[in-house]
Design a protein around this ligand. Structure first.
Ligand SMILES: [Mg+2]
Length: 268
């Protein structure tokens, strides 16, 4: 559905709380959802307000942060205890109520990733605004700092070339990011399923995200009778509601937390 016709999650918060019932599980993307997108990905930190809301929410219901970032970096940036963290688009998951999960990466794909990084490193050396990142299960080509459209285009073209040249990799793209990821069908949607199938008792999911890779999660949430909320104005989305920016996400989560006065997610 086109987001222009999507109702605001803030306006419809009572309806959303009714759909979620007494015991939902909350899934949140990080970049562009909890924190505004900034040129330097390392500088994208949440503030005390966000941390306080996440802490309050996690005392009542399971809260999972689902990101494309490496798990350790994500935990470092969010720095709130008691949350479930899912890094690398769901390749790594850990947190309360979840056995630590890590999808194994076969040797051939591992080798392809390393080779792709070396190739891209060489090919983007003359593009000073492009930031390349070798993560545990993927390579990110960040184009947010590109000095020109030509530089951005050249970096994207190199990513396409590297993905085509090497076995076992696929290319996905998001806002100012191209990623070389293992060909295996594992994504944020599978991460949400894994968490939902692990938590007891069963939970209705709410997922908030802002980018293409969140659409896999919106699809799973729709199957599970949950609620998808997209941040911003993408051309098309599987989410049912929208929020304008991370500021609205914070306001929405704060109000939603208050509506869960019934629940207790504390553990012995
Ligand atoms: Mg995002």
């Amino acid at each position: 559905m086109h987001p222009a016709s999507l109702p605001s999650a803030l306006v419809e918060i009572e309806r959303i709380a009714t759909i979620l019932g007494h015991g939902p599980a909350i899934f949140l993307d990080y970049d562009g959802t909890l924190t505004p997108l900034v040129p330097d990905p390392k500088a994208a930190r949440i503030g005390a307000g966000e941390r306080s809301v996440l802490r309050s929410l996690a005392r009542k219901v399971p809260v999972a942060i689902v990101s494309g970032r490496d798990l350790d970096e994500l935990k470092d940036l969010v720095a709130v205890e008691g949350l479930i963290y899912s890094g690398n688009h769901g390749w790594e998951i850990e947190g309360p109520g979840i056995d630590r999960f890590e999808r194994p990466l076969d040797e051939k794909t591992q080798h392809s990733l390393e080779q792709a990084f070396a190739t891209l490193d060489q090919a983007t050396r003359h593009l000073p605004g492009i930031f390349l990142e070798l993560k545990r299960f993927s390579i990110a080509v960040h184009t947010r700092g590109a000095r020109s459209e030509a530089e951005r285009g050249a970096a994207n073209a190199e990513a396409v070339k590297a993905a085509a040249q090497l076995d076992g990799l696929r290319l996905t793209s998001g806002k100012e990011i191209a990623e070389l990821r293992p060909l295996v069908a594992w994504d944020k949607g599978r991460a949400v399923e894994h968490v939902l199938d692990s938590v007891v008792p069963p939970r209705i999911p709410l997922y908030i995200g802002d980018d293409r890779t969140d659409e896999d999660a919106f699809a799973v949430v729709a199957q599970r009778q949950g609620v998808g909320v997209v941040v911003g104005h993408p051309a098309d989305t599987g989410a049912r509601f929208s929020l304008a920016n991370p500021r609205e996400v914070l306001e929405f989560l704060g109000t939603l937390t208050a509506s869960f006065a019934c629940c207790d997610n504390s553990r012995p």
